[in-house]
Design a binder for this molecule. Structure first.
Ligand code: UD1
Ligand code: UDP
Length: 358
């Protein structure tokens, strides 16, 4: 019985890449279902090209829509494929609507559901991601928790210890596998600014769909460029660009907004930055692994390990606090240890899946 991988967004493609590579190397029977939640070249195809991943066997082309509309189309499409392919294990990764749909379908068939990056909790149910990850965790048969802390979150919710495996996070595998390649390809011919710069990403629904918060974030970036005397580079998610247009918010002075870049170029941008300001989950992790200080423009994080390590600080979305936290973080000693594992998580996850299928 094959292993099925359900993915659909930028971070899922990146974080599943070590697992896909390992399955390819072993010649394991597997297939990929791409829901099409992300579809723009720079949010999707570029990662398949850069990471040399095979074309997905199935593509649902679901595209954008409201949560219900998007999830419903995915559920319908995934169900048909799972019914005909009859996989032994279905893997989902993270906390997107793609994860929710893959989990709901798999929970009603005989295949085992494996959740990669299980047990993360922001304890903030206003985030669609928190709802998705809680549902997926409670439906899963195999929970691949990246850290001991994420395992403890699951145990506290009554999930049986026997189903939980602390594997590390495949974000480390992907970064280790690609950092040198990214250096060779992009350390010179890239959009990397000369001198000190701050790298920014923002796309969370609760931040960018709220005109007051988005305006405050943009104003803070302008102030930071002046107060910290740094350039500000902001590869903007299409959702953020759409919302800036909708709310008639101009590009702030001193901030360079560009299209999202590929993973290889982004790794270079991250590793050479003086500071990273973000609301992304994956970017918080990567900043921590690369020993670059991070300011998270949210009130909470499901990655508390980064804060405990001293690599990350929460600033919310208010201007004064962002400036205060960023001014302090930019002078961090950068000596923390990466809490997300040794870069062998993908292999561990595949080993466990193969044992369970037999
Ligand atoms: C989704 C995930 C979020 C994850 C993020 C990764 C959910 C609920 N949210 O958020 O957890 O952090 O992906 O980036 O699953 N768009 C494009 N091109 C694309 C994709 C999106 O232009 O390829 C635009 C569309 O206007 C769309 C909007 O971005 O309406 C939002 O896309 P969507 O996939 O709904 O949510 P994300 O914000 O990307
Ligand atoms: N990323 C990228 N190009 C960019 C911005 C981010 O390749 O312009 C990568 C980044 O390295 C990380 C992932 O995208 O691995 C994070 O995705 P995102 O922030 O969209 O989602 P989240 O992690 O918040 O779910």
């Amino acid at each position: 019985m094959p292993i099925a991988i359900v993915l659909g967004t930028r971070p899922e493609i990146i974080k599943f890449s070590p697992i896909i590579r390992d399955l390819e190397k072993r010649g394991t029977d597997y297939f990929v279902i791409h829901t099409g939640q992300h579809y723009s070249f720079e949010m999707d195809k570029i990662f398949f090209e850069e990471l040399e991943l095979p074309e997905p066997k199935h593509h649902l082309n679901v595209g954008s829509g409201s949560h219900g509309e998007q999830s419903a189309k995915m559920i319908e499409g995934i169900e048909k494929i799972i019914d005909s392919e009859k996989p032994g294990v279905v893997l989902v990764q993270g906390d997107t609507n793609t994860v929710l749909a893959g989990s709901i379908v798999t929970s009603k068939v005989s295949a085992l559901l494996g959740h990669v990056e299980a047990g993360l909790r922001s304890y903030d149910r206003t985030m669609p991601e928190e709802v998705n990850r809680v549902v997926s965790d409670h439906l899963s048969d195999l929970l691949f928790a990246p850290t001991q802390n994420s395992k403890e979150n699951l145990v506290k919710e009554g999930i049986s210890d026997e189903k939980i495996f602390v594997t590390g996070n495949t974000v480390v595998d992907a970064l280790f596998q690609n950092l040198e390649i990214s250096q060779k390809r992009f350390s010179e011919k890239s959009v990397i600014p000369d001198g000190k710069y701050m790298l920014v990403t923002a796309h969370r629904q609760e931040n960018v769909d709220d005109p007051t918060k988005l305006k405050s974030i943009l104003e803070s970036l302008h102030s930071l460029s002046e107060n910290l005397n740094v350039k500000v580079l902001f590869p903007a998610h299409p959702r953020t660009v759409k919302m800036m247009e909708r709310f008639l918010l101009d590009k702030p002075l001193g901030v360079e907004i560009i299209k999202p870049v590929g993973y290889l170029e982004f790794l270079q941008l991250e590793s050479k930055a003086s500071l990273i300001v973000t609301d992304s989950g994956g970017v918080q992790e990567e900043a921590c692994i690369l020993n670059v200080p991070c300011v998270t423009i949210r009130e909470n994080t499901e990655r508390p390990e980064t804060v405990e390590a001293g690599a990350n600080a929460l600033a919310g979305t208010g201007k004064d606090k962002i400036i205060e936290v960023a001014s302090s973080m930019i002078n961090s000693d950068r000596k923390w240890k990466n809490p997300f594992g040794d870069g062998k998580s993908g292999k561990r996850i595949v080993n466990i899946c193969l044992e369970k299928i037999i």
